[in-house]
Design a binder for this molecule. Structure first.
Ligand SMILES: O=C(CO)COP(=O)(O)O
Length: 281
């Protein structure tokens, strides 16, 4: 059977919890994201803005149950849940579906639990676990075989020097290698999300400058070119409230990939409000 991919609207806000939260805190956090009183997830806005949570592997199953219960509640209120108003993602997956691969996580299992997005090639996995472009591309293909969207992290390692134009060209060149490898590995109609995360901007007090991000993202879009499947390009790396509207990032990218600055629900609400306002929602 052909995989059925989730529909991606034009704007995405994705949150990775990396390895920061305990299971209890993750479940409390997800319940808070979905609580209508917190005004974060608005099913009516699904066609324009979609949120997703990417927790650790241990909490994927209970998170899936919480999201299912949330959708059941929406249905009792006659609010449509197709396409899903909120997605669940995983922080990695293996490139094989099953077998003697101790410690690895199967894409089949992730899909069966309701994961729709698989994050791949994060800078931390590349630096600490030596993950290669070929491995990331193979994992992206595996995610697609199971109807999940690969969320591929790309970004240059070194911060820009004094010559801005050179820095942009170098950054695009570094990102292009993985962008091309992934697009060559996945079906032409598979949706793909690229998170442009300059390695030097991850885990910092401030994000990369919007001018730099904007120019590199334009370059990445050029590398992607025309393609049947949807491609979204997000920014990640110390992103948080104030960057989308005040910082002007909103006109350059299709969304943000949030880390630490989404750990408090109030911060997520601020970011959501900025994006919604920019979309006239
Ligand atoms: O790597 C990131 C998202 O995956 C960004 O993390 P920080 O926002 O904490 O820098």
């Amino acid at each position: 059977m052909e995989p059925r991919y989730p529909i991606l609207p034009e704007n995405l806000l994705l949150i990775s919890l990396k390895m920061y939260f305990t299971p209890d805190r993750t479940l409390f956090y997800l319940n808070a994201l979905l609580n209508p009183d917190n005004e974060i997830v608005h099913p009516a806005n699904r066609q324009k803005l979609l949120l997703a949570l990417i927790p650790d592997f241990l909490t994927i199953h209970p998170c899936a149950q919480i999201i299912k219960a949330y959708e059941d509640t929406l249905r009792t209120q006659n609010i449509p849940t197709t396409p899903s108003p909120f997605l669940l993602g995983a922080q990695d997956c293996f490139w094989e579906s099953a077998g003697a691969y101790t410690g690895e996580v199967s894409p089949t299992s992730l899909a069966s639990l309701g994961c729709k997005i698989v994050e791949l090639g994060h800078a931390e996995r590349r630096a600490i676990f030596n993950e290669t472009d070929a491995q990331t591309a193979a994992k992206a293909a595996a995610a697609c075989r199971h109807g999940m969207v690969p969320l591929v992290c790309v970004g240059e390692v070194t911060a820009p020097g004094a010559v801005v134009s050179e820095a942009v060209g170098r950054a695009v060149g570094e990102c292009a290698v993985l962008v091309r490898a992934v697009l060559a590995a996945v079906p032409a109609d598979a949706p793909v999300i690229f998170a442009y995360e300059p390695v030097w901007a991850i885990g910092q007090p401030r994000p990369a400058g919007v001018d730099h991000v904007s120019a590199v993202v334009q370059g990445i879009r050029g590398v992607v070119g025309e393609r049947v499947g949807t491609v979204r390009v997000l920014y990640g790396g110390s992103a948080g409230p104030g960057l989308w509207s005040g910082g002007g990032l909103g006109t350059a990218v299709d969304g943000m990939f949030l880390g630490r600055f989404a750990h408090e629900i109030g911060g997520v609400r601020e970011v959501v409000r900025e994006v919604e306002e920019s979309l006239g929602l």
